[in-house]
Design a protein around this ligand. Structure first.
Ligand SMILES: [Zn+2]
Length: 112
């Protein structure tokens, strides 16, 4: 499962020209499918709950990956770590969703 998610992260970030190096890891946090985090060194982490990710279609997995990469892109461009889904998030997510061929509504809505 983690290998599949890593390949989705590489694919989406390549087609959307996202200039960020991600460390992809699993999380035991039951409350999320996925989340973006930034370490003290500036390293970006994409954390995925592998149980939850295993329950959704590959198409939905790709939308979730696009959503989290959008959070990373907002941080990269603005320096803000935010769980919010405001203007900057929607702008980044719209482009990444279009480039990676997933619907805006699936990738960019509030839910994690
Ligand atoms: Zn989000």
């Amino acid at each position: 499962m983690l290998e599949l998610i890593i390949s989705l992260v590489l694919n989406v970030s390549a087609v959307a020209n996202v200039p960020i190096d991600f460390d992809v890891r699993s999380t035991e946090n039951e409350r999320v499918y996925a989340q973006h985090a930034v370490g003290k060194s500036g390293q970006h982490y994409l954390l995925f709950n592998l149980n939850h990710m295993g329950e959704v279609s590959d198409y939905k997995k790709k939308a979730i990956v696009a959503h989290e990469i959008s959070h990373a892109m907002v941080y990269y461009e603005t320096g803000k770590t935010s769980m919010k889904h405001g203007f900057e998030f929607k702008k980044a997510c719209k482009k990444i969703a279009e480039d990676s061929n997933v619907p805006f509504n699936k990738a960019c809505k509030r839910s994690h």
